[in-house]
Design a protein around this ligand. Structure first.
Ligand code: PLP
Length: 404
């Protein structure tokens, strides 16, 4: 029974939110009124969108839209159960077979998201007696999976192969399994993981090699096959993670590897066992997306052409786009590093008012003092739109003292 004297047990949340407000890093969600596209409407304002992961413009591709509608008509809106009970539909199997062929691996399993693919796989594979050797900038879902596994976690300095080797060497006589894990593309700086060096280390020390290609899927490698293809490491990386939520345009994550790895995950991957599978429309959408990757490589070419132009022009304007004290971006993710969290958030808000959507990202997502506007250009931005965005960035950047 609530009484008049009972204090709100959640009041500490209000305190923490107030702290964020004082720091200037509190945010409200921006709400998209129409489609996720290069130019779209957030909170009633039409903006040039530099904030999405919709690299290839597939969120609104007519073939994907049609595939989703068709699957809904044919198979309904939901799968009705988790995969292991009654929720494995033919279309789920079709998608997994398609991805396995695309990636040239034995088998594939799709999870509800990239997050659950990482967390579910890392936590299923490793246990208390095991070791996880992980890049310090790996994605939160890898960190959470590592913690859930209760394995011992060793973190190496970002892309520092010598440090990774030192850690592997320290545990080389331990009986447990060892997992060496990196992002293929790092999501905040846009730099590419050191796969060749890490793969060689995994071979030398008998570790399992795993790469999270969330931002490389559909972006790097032939037709967007990812970093393993980009570096020609076929057959040497044990576990490849991909996402269906970014360039693929829909939702989901997948694990590629041997047949036994995939069957093990059927039995032990907790999100697979305990959370309902995708609606048929999502599976159908993703199948159509892989067809588009094969049939429309010009989308990926256009993405990279826009990326080169964008980086060059931003650099010429004088923005800090990484490379000094921060990793240099090598992909369509281009950070505009401002430094101060509050200034970054103010910059983002001012840009929005003037028609450019670039999300401000501050601590704890990036280190203190490295706050940034994270920009991603897509294949569907026109040169005119990019020029307009550059003009706005320049004007607002000067006004706020971010540009000289
Ligand atoms: C976005 C991202 C994920 C999560 O993928 P979702 O499909 O959005 O859950 C995992 N790893 C990395 C590196 C990512 O950038």
């Amino acid at each position: 029974m609530p009484t008049a004297t009972r204090t709100n047990p959640l009041s500490f949340l209000t305190d923490q939110l107030n702290e964020l407000k004082q720091k200037g890093t509190y945010f409200k969600l921006r709400v998209l009124d129409d489609e996720q596209a290069a130019v779209c409407t957030f909170d009633g304002k039409k903006v040039i969108n530099l904030a999405s992961n919709n690299y290839l413009g597939l969120t609104t591709h007519p073939k994907l839209r049609e595939a989703a509608l068709q699957a809904t008509k044919e198979f309904g809106v939901g799968s009705g159960a988790v995969r292991t009970i009654a929720g494995t539909m033919k279309i789920h199997m079709e998608l997994e077979e398609k991805i396995a062929r695309f990636k040239n691996v034995e088998a594939c399993v799709v999870f509800q998201s990239g997050f659950t693919a990482n967390a579910g796989t890392v936590s299923a594979l490793l246990g208390k007696e095991d070791f996880i050797v992980s890049d310090e900038l790996n994605h939160a879902s890898i960190i959470d999976g590592a913690r859930l596994s209760r394995a011992k976690i060793k973190v190496f300095r970002h892309k520092d192969a010598a440090h990774a080797e030192q850690l592997l060497n320290e545990i080389k006589n331990e009986p447990g399994h060892k997992l060496l894990i990196t992002d293929g593309v790092f999501s905040m700086d846009g730099d590419i993981g050191i796969l060749p060096q890490l793969t060689a280390l995994a071979e030398k020390y008998g570790a399992i090699m795993m790469v999270d290609d969330a931002h490389a899927s559909g972006v790097l490698g032939r037709n967007g096959r990812g970093t393993v293809d980009h570096f020609n490491l076929h057959g040497r990386v044990d576990i490849q993670v991909g996402t269906l939520s970014k360039a693929i345009g829909a939702l989901g994550g997948y694990i590629c590897g041997t047949r036994d790895l995939i069957e093990f995950l059927y039995h032990r991957g907790r999100p697979f066992l305990f959370s309902t599978s995708h609606p048929p429309s999502v599976a159908a959408t993703c199948i159509a997306a892989f067809d588009v990757l094969e049939q429309e490589p010009e989308r990926i070419e256009k993405l990279w052409e826009n990326t080169r132009y964008w980086k060059q022009e931003l650099g010429e304007l004088g923005f800090n786009i990484g490379g000094v004290n921060t990793p240099a971006s090598e992909t369509p993710i281009t950070p505009i590093i401002v430094g101060d969290g509050r200034l970054t958030m103010d910059f983002s808000r001012e840009l929005f008012k003037e028609g450019v959507m670039g999300t401000g990202i501050a601590f704890p997502t990036v280190p203190e003092g490295k706050a940034r506007i994270r920009t991603i250009v897509t294949a569907t931005h026109t040169r005119d739109e990019l020029d307009q965005a550059l003009e706005t960035l320049k004007r607002v950047g000067k006004r706020m003292g971010i540009l000289a």
